[in-house]
Design a protein around this ligand. Structure first.
Ligand code: SAM
Length: 287
């Protein structure tokens, strides 16, 4: 968590918008919220570990008031700069003291953040601030496919379908597994994030809980953007810095993906990828 507090992390996080949670995720969560309640108005939403507010923004039209908190003052500075809506306020804070009144919140979201928190403190505060018919949605994502254009520099003949090949095994073997092993060795909270919150889910008590597979999401991006996505997160960046450039798993993976596309000399900016992720969601509600 300390690593998140550095200003340069907030800066690169703000620049990196290639794999973020889109409006479809908010729709999925809101549909679930609405099935569990009557037509009562949605008043207040809280975003726990809101970063620069890029997940919270999708929910704003549906709520009268929104509050985002984050442990990093630099993320909160960015959130304030990026979101000027009068209905949203941001504060620097942590899961053990959510600065809203008891029983006042309709929905608490936590996008890719709860694994950095103390789960007990978070659940305890959720129980305190949530309305009786309120809901918590904790989410993260799992990589499930990565497609590479296998001849990106050749002009496609008329009627000839572009050829795409799966580079998922390369991603998994040369990047995801080494990172997972590193997080496991370091006992780093990101390990549970990569394990789809199985540990977090088993730890949660004191609220009704349910773990669901949400929608799959497709992202079209270059190899450079894909790499930058990981490098904008402190734990992945720290892992990357352990290696000389040529043997860093992120770069080894990149080179192998280029070879798969038959263009080993291509620049990272030029190799196009389609990355598919599966959303994992833990829903909590009050007993
Ligand atoms: C992966 S980012 C996700 C940010 C945002 N939810 C989003 O969807 O882009 C994780 C965020 O959790 C914040 N964070 C880490 N530990 C925290 C804690 N104990 N309390 C509040 N925020 C925390 C970090 O500063 C960072 O902004």
């Amino acid at each position: 968590m300390e690593l998140w507090k550095q200003p340069e992390i907030a800066e690169s996080y703000a620049k990196n918008n290639n794999i973020t949670y889109p409006a479809a995720v908010a729709q999925y969560v809101l549909e679930r919220l609405m099935t569990s309640r009557d037509n009562s108005k949605l008043e207040l939403i809280v975003d726990a570990g809101c970063g620069n507010g890029r997940s919270l923004k999708w929910y704003l039209p549906y709520f009268h008031r929104a509050v985002g908190f984050d442990a990093s003052e630099f993320q909160i500075d960015n959130a304030r700069k990026l979101n000027k809506s009068p209905k949203v306020s941001y504060f620097v804070g942590q899961e053990n003291k959510i600065a809203v009144e008891d029983g006042s919140v309709d929905l608490i979201i936590a996008a890719g953040s709860v694994h950095y928190m103390n789960a007990n403190d978070f659940v305890c505060e959720c129980n305190r601030v949530l309305k009786q018919n309120g809901m918590v949605a904790i989410y993260n994502h799992e990589y499930c496919e990565l497609i590479v254009d296998d001849q990106p520099t050749q002009v496609t003949q008329r009627n000839e379908k572009p050829k795409f090949v799966s580079g998922f095994d390369i991603f998994d073997t040369f990047y995801q597994q080494p990172v997972k092993n590193y997080f496991s060795r370091e006992n780093h909270p990101n390990f549970d994030d990569l394990c789809c919150y199985d540990h977090l889910y088993s730890e949660i008590s004191g609220m009704k809980k349910e773990k669901k597979n949400g929608p799959t999401l497709d992202y079209y991006l270059s190899l450079k953007e894909f790499k930058d996505h990981f490098l904008s997160e402190p734990a992945y960046k720290k892992h990357h810095k352990l290696f000389p450039e040529n043997s860093a798993p992120l770069n080894v993976m990149g080179q192998k993906l280029k070879c798969l596309s038959n263009t080993p000399e291509l620049k990272d900016e030029e190799l196009r990828l389609k990355v598919t992720v599966l959303l994992h969601v833990i829903f909590l509600s009050k007993y």
